[in-house]
Ligand binder design. Structure first.
Ligand code: PBG
Ligand code: ZN
Length: 306
């Protein structure tokens, strides 16, 4: 009765990797229990999502063809657009969030356009807008730009409004740190940068005040939710953001955080169930309204047993 923080299935969003092709369900080595699915194999996981009654899914597309402009990111029949249409039609009750970024679609693996070894901020914006609009057209409920280019929230808001999607909310990856915790994700999404790193557009882990400035900028540009990412090593940033802003906060419990728990659990060194519920509760206690986590489906089952 007196417990201050209580997890609810609707707090949780489950990430899903969708790949081109047929009859594919590829395990991701560094993320036990996580798979890449072709669209015809998604039902199995979508049925679990539906039964769990969680807040939603977050889609990541893995196209067969990558080019410097990431053209499959905004193609009408791109793998991500087709996956959205499939879910929208067959599972109307599932809330669909889509990650908006170019790194899974570009041959160089960077989140924006490049010239030589330079990442081009402003030149990237129109491509992100095209991607967001094409996903809304396919039936996405919410778009979540994760590229970290300056000005992209305002550009996407304007593009969505002009295309008639005035009701489509934007969840901005606002305080996204350049983190080693994304390692396993880059295997799962096949999106590791071909040269250099993401430090020119993602944030330095040493900078908490800058994180608040990034969040403020995204709110001013029209974000409906703002995110802190990764989660556990950045709960101080999350807490400070919760005390500073009056917008719902999301947190992304990322791939490396998941991999560490799974590896220790597989060795019998920790109690996975208790660790996961403790971690997720801490994220909510620190101020997260929405928790994006690969543990979502397990957590719902464990919560039922409590
Ligand atoms: C794409 C993107 C990344 C993640 C979410 N969206 C990878 C990156 O920025 O390199 C990471 C998610 C995770 O590690 O679970 N920009
Ligand atoms: Zn990216």
């Amino acid at each position: 009765m007196m417990q201050e923080t209580r997890l609810h299935p609707k707090d949780l969003v489950y990430p899903i990797f969708v790949t081109e092709g047929e009859r594919i369900q590829n395990p991701v080595d560094s993320m036990p229990g996580v798979f890449q699915y072709s669209i015809d194999r998604m039902d199995e996981i979508l049925e679990q999502v539906k039964a769990a009654g969680i807040g939603g899914v977050m889609l990541f597309g893995i196209p067969a063809h990558k080019d410097p402009q990431g053209s499959q990111a905004y193609a009408r029949d791109g793998v991500t657009q087709r996956a959205v249409r499939y879910i929208r039609e067959k599972y109307p009750e599932i809330y669909i969030v889509v990650d908006v970024c170019l790194c899974e679609y570009t041959s160089h693996g960077h989140c924006g356009m490049v010239r030589g070894e330079e990442i081009l901020n402003d030149e990237t914006l129109p491509y992100l807008v095209k991607m967001a609009v094409s996903l809304a057209q396919a039936g996405a409920d919410m778009v979540a730009p994760s590229d970290m280019m300056d000005g992209r929230v305002a550009a996407i808001r304007e593009g969505l409004d002009q295309a008639g999607f005035t009701q489509t909310p934007i969840m901005a990856y606002s305080a996204k740190f350049a983190s080693a915790y994304y390692g396993p994700f880059r295997d799962a999404a096949q999106s590791a940068p071909g040269f250099g790193d993401r430090k020119s557009y993602q944030m330095d882990c040493a900078n908490g005040q800058e994180a608040l400035r990034e969040i403020r900028a995204d709110i001013e540009e029209g974000a409906d939710l703002v995110m802190v990412k990764p989660a556990l090593a950045y709960l101080d940033v999350l807490k400070e953001a919760a005390l500073t802003f009056d917008l719902p906060l999301a947190v992304y419990n990322v791939s490396g955080e998941y991999a560490m728990v799974k590896a220790a659990a597989a060795n019998g060194w920790i109690d996975e169930r208790r660790i996961v519920l403790e971690n997720l509760t801490a994220m909510k206690r620190a101020g997260a309204k929405v928790i994006i986590t690969y543990h979502a489906l397990d957590a719902v089952n464990w919560l039922k047993e409590e």
